[in-house]
Design a protein. Structure first.
Lengths: 327, 400
């Protein structure tokens, strides 16, 4: 569908959009792969559901794609075609990078499970959905509003059909989409949208949280959570309940002044995206902590890549919190 | 479209590979943040005043046509000449006719003149044109393009400046900043006195009096607007505000967010130089310019003003604060942009250069919103960028 001779940046965007239309997600991952995280878990019945938005599950497919884009240099579209096997029906990321994605898939699926298990500690009736749909964030971000509106209606319908009333989101993007964007695209989108931190902050005092040895962490506030959703105190309040834990703030660039991890332009300008992530890792290290907690799967992936030889460990917030639970 | 994307991409990546840029901006950012914090701490009312300035700009952009007429009438009754240029070509023609050829022209820093390539145009008519802002002067000598709106040569280290000055001035200039500044001062001094025409931009125009405000620190704009026989102001219609009182508010917020407690100079220009000291007979061209011309330019701005999502871009005070907060800018400087920089600059590019220039900028923006956190008038860059991406998506869809 892209014309010969369009610039690689546009080719990639159009390929991802085409995948969205075909498979409901930008990298064409099948439904069973996206719901693999829930294998063996009791689904639960109530109207309070965790919604992963498939974002953690999609990360392992973006990683090798971005890696390949970096190598192709993004200069010559013919070269890009060769290296990426752009096809007339989209971009077949799944089959291209199957082996690369497999090990990361396990890791990111586990992170989704950890969200559910932690939430169930404070609220036992949290259910989840089979065959969850991706919220369509990239269509919105890329400016494809018509396609986004169509997709959003499907997502909304899938909630309605399941009798969902309250949706617990686990990523800043899903939260922002469902809370601030969907209501102006989907008529009657009247679900209660919450973020897991809001729920945890309410009940966390019931949890016994501690670190085994004195530990210092810092928080990488995601842009969309801190600035768009103004959620900066919740993650800190919960950490303050962890015995033995010291929270060290990044100088200046924290809370509403947080710095972007670079992920939003990873497919368009992968080298620049990596440069931005490296800068952010440097800032995070200025906190003096050697663990930085992330609250967004894309921040996690981009920063983890950039921190490999930096001495800074990037950890998902819930992953860390789960390890602080005393049995 | 592809050619523009490719050119943009290559310039962007070249800047990314030039480590001097990131290093220079890192230092500038640390200094900017520390200065702006000091200035805002000493004058905390600025933050509230900025909200009022936003509403002044909203109201002014809404009724720009009315304010334009009022300002033009007042400039004429103050014995100046006022012009309206619909397009960049119109503006180049008006200024070109006023300057003529074979002249020496001195310029102070003006984004609006960069927008229309005014220096190059006047040179092509056979004039000798000198940028007098030190940063712009360096950029002109390098035959480069500005890297930041207030500090155009932010990426050029002192060693390079010394080499450049030594070559151009045909004397050995040491790589010491103080010496370099003195050298530029000596060199440009001759240009001011031989120039027949001075060209400046304007930070604000108060419609009630036609008064033009020019903010600066170097003192070059005072000489540009004061020494030559003829002074020409080129200003965008978005700089109009209703009253002098409004203009002072805009001025204070602009310089404070540009990290200054107070700038060294603010020139308020109401008309040509005049005296009535001999027999009370008003005579024009006393010590300053005898002729005073103000060219108001639209060049796509009125189209932005009609768009509910894009008109935010017109409220920009050009304080430059946003750029120090942009993670992309921190690595590539002004190559994240074309004539206008960073995310919200995409709206300006749409107005002055078209969608093919605006789109790659819009898709480079992270939509991370930190620029808005800094912006005194809270320009909604994320919204602007999304609007331009929509326009681009529509073009993709329709060309299928």
């Amino acid at each position: 569908m892209w014309e010969e001779g369009t610039t690689p940046l546009v080719q990639i965007m159009l390929a991802l959009v085409e995948n969205m239309k075909k498979s409901g997600n930008p990298v064409g991952v099948s439904k069973d792969k996206l719901s693999a995280w829930a294998r063996g878990l009791e689904q639960g019945k109530g109207s309070l559901v965790l919604y992963s938005g498939c974002e953690y599950q999609l990360v392992p497919y973006f990683l090798p794609l971005v890696d390949r884009l970096k190598k192709s240099g993004l200069v010559d579209s013919k070269l890009l075609n060769l290296t990426l096997r752009l096809k007339s029906f989209g971009l077949d990321v799944v089959s291209m990078f199957a082996s690369l994605s497999a090990k990361d898939s396990e890791y990111y699926n586990e992170l989704v499970r950890k969200h559910l298990l932690l939430l169930r500690k404070v609220k036992s009736d949290v259910a989840f959905l089979n065959d969850e749909l991706y919220p369509g964030t990239l269509l919105y971000e890329f400016g494809f509003f018509e396609e986004f509106a169509e997709h959003a209606k499907k997502v909304s319908k899938s909630f309605k059909e399941r009798g969902v009333k309250t949706i617990i989101t686990i990523s800043p993007h899903s939260l922002e989409m469902l809370r601030s964007v969907y209501p102006s695209f989907v008529e009657g989108f009247d679900f209660e949208i919450i973020h897991y931190l809001e729920l945890l902050a309410k009940y966390a005092s019931n949890l016994r949280l501690a670190v085994k040895e004195p530990t210092a962490v810092t928080i990488h506030d995601p842009c969309h959570l801190a600035r768009s959703m103004n959620m900066v105190e919740e993650p800190r309040a919960i950490l303050s309940l962890v015995r033995g834990l010291e929270l060290r703030e990044v100088p200046f660039a924290n809370k509403r002044w947080t710095t972007c991890c670079g992920a939003p332009i990873e497919t368009f300008l992968p080298m620049l995206s990596e440069g931005i992530a490296q800068r952010r890792v440097k800032e995070l290290k200025e906190s003096g902590a050697n663990i930085a907690l992330t609250l967004c799967p894309f921040c996690h992936a981009n920063l983890r890549n950039a921190s490999l030889s930096s001495g800074l460990r990037i950890m998902d917030y819930v992953d860390f919190l789960g390890r602080c639970m005393e049995s | 479209m592809k050619a523009v994307f490719d050119e943009y991409y290559h310039r962007l990546m070249n800047a990314f590979q030039n480590e001097n840029i990131a290093l220079a901006i890192e230092r500038a950012t640390a200094s900017y943040r520390s200065n702006v914090t000091k200035a805002l701490t000493k004058y905390p009312h600025t933050v509230e005043l900025a909200k009022e300035v936003r509403s002044i700009k909203e109201r002014s952009v809404e009724r720009w046509e009315e304010l334009l007429k009022e300002a033009m009438d007042n400039i004429v009754s103050n014995k100046g000449q006022a012009y309206f240029a619909k397009t960049a070509a119109d503006a180049r023609k008006i200024v070109g006719d006023l300057v003529g050829n074979g002249k020496v022209v001195v310029k102070s820093k003006s984004l609006t003149s960069e927008e229309i390539g005014l220096r190059q145009h006047l040179q092509s008519l056979g004039n000798e044109v000198w940028e007098t802002d030190l940063g712009e002067f360096i950029i002109q000598l390098l035959n480069d393009e500005p890297m930041h709106i207030l500090s155009p040569a932010i990426h050029v280290p002192r060693e390079e400046v010394a080499k450049l000055f030594s070559r151009v001035m045909k004397e050995s200039i040491p790589a010491e900043i103080q010496e370099e500044v003195r050298a530029a001062r000596r060199f440009l001094r001759n240009m001011y006195t031989s120039a027949q025409v001075g060209i400046s931009g304007a930070n604000i125009v108060a419609a009630d009096t036609g008064a033009v405000f020019v903010l600066e620190n170097e003192g070059n704009a005072r000489l540009v607007t004061g020494l030559p026989e003829k002074h020409i102001v080129l200003v965008g219609i978005e700089k109009l505000v209703p009253t002098l009182a409004d203009a002072f508010k805009v001025a204070e917020v602009t310089w404070r967010y540009a990290q200054y407690v107070i700038p060294s100079y603010m020139s308020l220009i109401g008309g040509p130089s005049k005296t009535g000291d001999i027999e009370k007979v008003i005579t024009y061209g006393a010590h300053g310019p005898r002729e005073y011309h103000v060219v108001f330019m639209d060049n796509g701005r009125s189209e932005l003003a009609k768009d509910p999502e894009l008109k935010d871009a017109l409220y920009c005070l050009r304080c430059g604060g946003c750029m120090y907060e942009c993670p992309v800018f921190s690595l590539v400087g002004g190559r994240f942009g074309h004539r206008y920089f960073i995310g919200y600059g995409a709206a300006w590019e749409l107005a002055v250069s078209g969608l093919e220039w605006a789109a790659p900028i819009a898709y480079t923006c992270l939509r991370c919103d930190r620029c808005k956190e800094r912006c005194p008038v809270k320009i909604d860059t994320a919204k602007i960028v999304l609007r331009i991406r929509r326009l681009f998506a529509e073009r993709c869809r329709s060309s299928r």
